[in-house]
Design a protein around this ligand. Structure first.
Ligand code: BTN
Length: 322
């Protein structure tokens, strides 16, 4: 077995067994190599920073490696998000800007662009997105549904649900601020930016950009112009960014398959509304020609927000809850 394959075998066995151990014998038998060859490759992986320890029981990972390099990340995502192709940059202006270029060059659906540092992260409505290396999760995911553009706005809500579910799986109780903010304790923990290019009346690509404040500290967030928080601040322990990503992709891909086949957001209306912040309360929607104020009634089967303005129910398809 060549070296890349042996290191993949070692890492996938260790990930599968995490937090347990795997014997050198089992790794050797799986890879068709001697225990000495396994030990040498483990040492090489340790040298690369993989937190592997050896004991009488064999080898184990001390923690999930929070690494974005494609060799590791594709392996880590293999079971929950098979076929995802990772493009990693240590530093980039914006993962969404890069992925838009790759999309125009013909990159396939399922291309994931991830960076440790964004120098010009973009938010909705021309805002910037703040992130820090080692602490933030910033990635963009390429989709090419064969659908009409008018239907596609609800994909941002689908992503919101998947992100909420990912965080719920980690013990958090997020809510969704329509259309695409994820809040914990009333503060923003993640944002979603969906950008779409069309060709005649079909979508040619959609870039789903997601930023999550994973391990940011109080002082990191202090200068933001809105109330923000992080998983670390809310949960009290640091969370591997790859774990948030893996859980998100698993949930999102399952929903996305159904969504693009059915061409309908209705199956997720209850899931969204259950998590909708300000449901039944007064809201103001900004971002359109003029603000709309009323009572939030929930989203409908197209992802529009239903708002009772005085005696009249309105369907809001643009803007955001202020
Ligand atoms: C918002 O809440 O306004 C949306 C924020 C989206 C930020 C993410 S970070 C990864 C991707 N790259 C960007 O430049 N923006 C999105």
């Amino acid at each position: 077995m060549n070296r890349p394959n042996l290191s993949r075998t070692i890492l996938s066995l260790l990930l599968e067994a995490f937090p347990g151990s795997v014997s050198g014998e089992k790794i050797g038998a799986t890879g068709g190599v001697s225990r000495v060859a396994v030990w040498k490759e483990v040492q090489r992986l340790q040298g690369l920073g993989f937190p592997i320890v050896a004991s009488r029981r064999g080898y184990r990972l001390v923690s999930i490696p929070d690494r974005f390099d494609p060799d590791f990340l594709e392996l880590y995502l293999q079971r929950d998000a098979p076929g995802v192709r990772v493009v990693y940059r240590e530093e980039v202006d914006s993962t969404s800007t890069l992925l838009r270029v790759l999309a125009e060059e013909g990159a396939p659906e399922g291309t994931l662009c991830i960076a440790d540092r964004q120098t010009r992260g973009r938010g909705r409505r021309g805002r910037s997105w703040f992130s820090l290396p080692g602490k933030s999760l910033t990635f963009s995911f390429l989709l090419r549904p064969l659908l009409s553009p008018s239907f596609c706005a609800s994909c941002t809500l689908l992503a919101g649900i998947a992100l909420a579910e990912a965080l719920e799986g980690l013990g958090f109780s997020p809510v969704l601020k329509w259309p695409n903010d994820v809040l914990l304790g009333g503060k923003k923990v993640a944002g979603i930016l969906l950008e779409t290019a069309t060709d005649l009346d079909e979508v040619s690509w959609m870039v789903l950009g997601i930023g999550v404040n994973v391990n940011l500290e109080e002082r990191d967030l202090a200068s933001l112009p809105f109330q923000a928080t992080s998983l670390l601040l809310e949960g009290g322990v640091s969370v591997p960014r790859v774990e948030v990503l893996r859980r998100f992709l698993a949930r999102f891909l399952a929903a996305y398959r159904q969504w693009k086949e059915g061409g309908d957001f209705s199956p997720w209306v209850a899931d969204y509304n259950r998590r909708l912040a300000f449901l039944g309360r007064s809201v103001t929607i900004v971002g359109g020609k003029s603000p709309v104020s009323g009572t939030a009634l929930g989203v409908d089967g197209s992802g529009a927000l239903r708002v009772m303005e005085g005696e009249k129910e309105r369907r809001i398809t643009w803007g955001e809850i202020a």
